[in-house]
Design a protein around this ligand. Structure first.
Ligand code: FAD
Length: 297
């Protein structure tokens, strides 16, 4: 028994986190504290959103640099193409790599406020697939010691907003893998089967890269509505009702739901879980503690 011989702990499921740049000085102080707690439990990486909900893009780069300099966690940069020229995107990739950050989540990006998917500036943006190719080119141009790192892409278990159906979603994901993506992170969803059946169908179609389920322990009714709109599915009625009965704020309910979901996903073969933290460490660490995924103190 290798575990007994080496004295090392049995293999545990892995996990990673997502944070977003703070919008005020006070929020930045709180986030600095939270990322210290998050990094202390040894995630595979901490990803930083880019331009989501109109946030400042330079603030994302500052937060990545903070993670690189002041924590032990591996920073992973979300990067989007929406409303950017190929040259500007190439410059940004180089800027991020030159700052010592080599791991990316390649995205097309949300339409800016006031525009929808059909706006020419949005529809004409480079796709995540083209961004994955640009990142691969940039890696090839860099010296070997700065070109390491991995590229992730997004996956949609309940369908991309413009999807014509599951097989179109899977074909698009396969194309992103062929363009150089090494793993995928999913959009939020509520039921384990939504992820597991998508993952099965993708494997059958030839997907080789790991597919990390994205999970968020919600604390408020407002967050639950947001997740439902991203998931493209109504929230579980029991969770919705319980949150409302608690006055719209009950972090323990979101934690409980996420624990149940994560357990089913890991038992069903998910390689790891990716937790959307909403810039708080308490809830996601409570989830990991219950699943016994935290390192021994
Ligand atoms: P792509 O894969 O390039 O897809 C965009 C375009 O490709 C579509 O407009 C369409 O033309 C085509 N397409 C793709 N799939 C299909 C299909 N099945 N059928 C038909 N056409 C298709 N947004 C941000 O702005 N910042 C972030 O930091 C951010 N982080 C995210 C993290 C995760 C894990 C996820 C899942 C999403 C994130 N998003 C973020 C949102 C994301 O950018 C949007 O969902 C965007 O609409 C699509 O991005 P994409 O990378 O999946 O784009």
């Amino acid at each position: 028994n290798a575990t007994l011989l080496t004295g090392s702990a049995p293999t545990r499921a892995r996990f990673s986190f997502e944070v977003f740049p703070a919008r005020s000085g006070a929020a930045a102080l709180a986030l600095g504290n939270s990322v210290q707690h998050l990094s202390a439990v040894g995630p595979d990486f901490i990803s930083v959103t880019y331009g989501a909900n109109g946030s400042n893009r330079d603030a994302s780069l500052d937060l990545l640099a903070y993670l690189r300099d002041h924590t032990d966690a591996l920073p992973l940069a979300h990067l989007t193409t929406v409303r950017e020229s190929r040259e500007a995107i190439r410059d940004t990739i180089h800027r991020i790599m030159d700052a010592g950050i080599h791991d990316f989540l390649a995205l097309r990006g949300d339409p800016p406020q006031g525009l929808d998917e059909s706006a020419p500036e949005v529809a004409g943006s480079l796709s995540a697939l083209e961004l994955t190719e640009l990142i691969a080119e940039a890696r090839a141009e860099r010296p070997a010691f700065t070109s390491v790192g991995r590229t992730a892409v997004a996956a949609y278990p309940n369908g991309h907003p413009l999807s014509r159906g599951r097989s179109a979603d899977i074909d698009w994901l396969l194309a992103k893998e062929a363009a150089g993506a090494q793993f995928a992170i999913t959009q939020l969803f509520f039921e384990a089967d939504e992820y597991l059946s998508f993952a099965d169908a993708a494997r059958e179609a030839g997907l080789g890269m790991p597919l990390l389920p994205g999970l968020m322990p919600v604390s408020t009714s407002g967050q639950l509505r947001k997740v439902a709109s991203l998931a493209g599915r109504p929230a579980p009625p029991a969770l919705e009702r319980a949150l409302e009965e608690a006055g719209g704020y009950a972090p323990e309910l979101g934690v409980e739901h996420t624990i149940g979901l994560a357990r089913e996903l890991l038992e069903g073969g998910a390689p790891s879980i990716h937790l959307y933290t909403f810039n708080r460490h308490e809830q996601v660490l409570a989830v990991l503690a219950d699943l016994d995924l935290l390192p021994a103190r």
